[in-house]
Ligand binder design. Structure first.
Ligand code: HEM
Length: 241
């Protein structure tokens, strides 16, 4: 195996390890963080089943965003399209990660291509939204743009791979399966694939340290996930005991 292949295989393992350890670390941190005040956004459920029922439409349809004004509605359109197309793209990509490819992954091949086209459009809406709304532009930080540009670059290099500079997909699959089975093989001979893949590795490393952790945070956010039970349960902050 060539030197570059060894480097990339190693980088892929490092990125995967940083992602898994970093993500789990944040999950534990969120669990350990005290939430001594009962602050669910009312009206809020009083039972755990109720909280789950409240979270489902939030996760699937970003329901609370729909209740906002025009800015939130634009955010809803861009954000929802982005997340759904991302999910479909990932499902389509699973053909590179499985052998034999399960039948259910085949269902997503056609729609996954359409998702690949919607994906950069949704991200463009999110980027333009930050530029054009004055209030939003003021509070936007470098990292807000960084993550949007990083993800749109992954999508665009993917589209280039599909439509203009095709990689040998047999080599791509052998490379990924080699990584997954801890028997690394040669890199596919495609500089564009290397760029697409490297950008994904950067995303993996960045994820646990970024606002992308909202993927887990939404499930444990006090305003959404707490029970509305201050009449039944007395909650005393440690510093008030
Ligand atoms: C954040 C994760 C990723 C995103 C958002 C993404 C996005 C895309 C998009 C939008 C396309 C074009 C449409 C399509 O063919 O599906 C594509 C193609 C492609 N992606 Fe990715 N990708 C990601 C991760 C990966 C990974 C980890 C690999 C490694 C195997 C990969 C390999 C490829 C290849 C080889 C193509 C060309 C497919 C073809 O020619 O049919 N992508 N990607």
């Amino acid at each position: 195996m060539g030197g570059l292949s060894s480097v990339f295989n190693l980088l892929a393992y490092i990125a995967a390890a940083v992602f898994v350890v970093g993500f789990l670390n944040k999950v534990i941190l969120y669990f350990k963080t005290p939430s001594p005040l009962v602050i669910p956004t009312t009206p809020a459920p009083t039972t755990t089943v109720g909280v789950i029922m409240r979270l489902i439409p939030e996760v699937l349809f970003f329901r609370s965003l729909l209740k906002g004004g025009t800015t939130e509605k634009i955010l809803w359109v861009g954000g929802w399209l982005f997340h759904v197309s991302f999910l479909l793209i990932v499902l389509r990509h699973l053909r590179f990660f499985t052998y034999p490819v399960p039948e259910c992954i085949m269902w997503f091949q056609e729609i996954g291509i359409w998702a690949g086209i919607v994906f950069p459009i949704a991200l463009l809406i999110l980027i333009v939204r930050r530029f054009t709304n004055e209030r939003l532009a003021v509070i936007s930080l470098f990292q807000d743009y960084f993550v949007l540009v990083l993800i749109i670059s992954i999508g665009l290099t993917g589209l280039l791979l599909k439509y203009f500079m095709r990689a040998n997909l047999v080599d791509v699959k052998a490379f990924i399966l080699g990584l997954l089975t801890f028997s690394p093989v040669q890199l596919p001979d495609s500089p564009l694939f290397l760029i697409h893949f490297s950008l994904v590795l950067i995303l993996l490393v960045y994820f646990p340290f970024s606002k992308l952790m909202h993927a887990w945070g939404i499930l444990v956010s006090p305003t959404r996930a707490q029970l509305d039970n201050p009449r039944e349960v007395r909650t005393v902050a440690p510093w008030a005991q």
